[in-house]
Design a protein around this ligand. Structure first.
Ligand SMILES: C[S@@+](CC[C@H](N)C(=O)[O-])C[C@H]1O[C@@H](n2cnc3c(N)ncnc32)[C@H](O)[C@@H]1O
Length: 265
């Protein structure tokens, strides 16, 4: 009898812990930016890294290899979204803001694109799949472990020819764009790297002559985690015409959005 009670208590406790981990805590934290980031980006990531002896980007790549069709970029995007909505949050721009990104890419129809912050290549694949023939996307990533995964995700999507992934820090690479990468100006820049770099890198792109009249800057996470100095700059400068697209932090219900800023020259 005592053994039976013990067994019931252990099973019940395990079921409760699982429900807390899988549904209850994620449901509660999805409305709170700080809690969501601590839960997903610190606690869950560490638990899964320890249990699976792999990294989050490796698990995302695994989801792509299992569920996406080679050479089909949209199936790659879908596989990552499904994994990150149902299994494990990750800092991709995500499906909801991704639709805004898609519409800006389609509207600008750029021949040259710069992406700051590749991570696993989710937004890289999203953007490149919408580019016209002969267009070029350069994406910068300073974490070599992320770059290794992103190259494989891009290859799985069949988009290697359109994308040049460059490893290094934006502050070092932006000044080399003209001479080493043969770019005159960018039609579209997607800013999605560390938030304190948005403003200095925008000023650097201006200084290096990489923006032309009509170049579009699209900045992610301007509300969460937030880029107040950048927003203040593009919204008050007479050199930009800026517009906010309200949305939600990837895979949550916390407010976040994209800022589209057209460089007026
Ligand atoms: C939010 S993630 C990018 C997500 C990606 N754009 C997507 O939506 O799939 C930010 C990435 O920027 C990289 N990063 C941050 N600061 C950087 C910098 N100054 N230069 C290059 N990469 C940077 C980080 O290592 C990280 O992988």
């Amino acid at each position: 009898m005592m053994w039976l009670t013990l067994l019931y208590s252990i099973t019940g406790g395990a079921a409760l812990l699982y429900a807390l981990y899988r549904w209850l805590i994620p449901a509660v934290v999805q409305y709170h930016a700080g809690l969501a980031l601590i839960w997903h980006d610190v606690i869950v990531e560490r638990i899964l890294d320890t249990v699976t002896q792999s990294t989050r980007p490796q698990r995302i790549l695994g989801a792509v290899q299992q569920n996406a069709t080679r050479g089909d970029p949209r199936s790659v995007v879908r596989a990552i979204d499904q994994y990150c909505r149902n299994q494990e949050w990750a800092m991709n721009v995500g499906d909801e803001k991704g639709c805004i990104l898609d519409s800006v890419v389609s509207e600008v129809n750029p021949a040259t694109v710069l992406e700051l912050g590749t991570y696993c290549g989710y937004s890289t694949v999203r953007i490149a799949s919408l580019l016209p023939p002969h267009a070029k996307l350069i994406t910068l990533e300073f974490n070599p472990e992320f770059a290794v995964i992103a190259r494989q995700v891009i290859a799985w999507a069949g988009l290697e020819d359109k994308i040049q992934l460059v490893e290094g820090a934006s502050g070092d690479l932006i000044p080399k764009m003209k001479e080493q990468f043969g770019v005159e100006t960018f039609d579209l820049v997607f800013l999605d790297h560390w938030k304190d770099r948005y403003l200095p890198d925008t000023k650097l792109m201006e200084e290096c002559g990489l923006l032309r009249k009509g170049s579009v800057l699209l900045a992610d996470n301007v509300i969460c985690p937030g880029t107040p100095d950048y927003l203040e700059f593009v919204r008050s400068s007479p050199r930009y015409e800026s517009q906010y697209f309200k949305s939600h932090l990837e895979y949550t219900k916390v407010e976040d959005g994209l800022e589209k800023s057209v460089f007026l020259g």
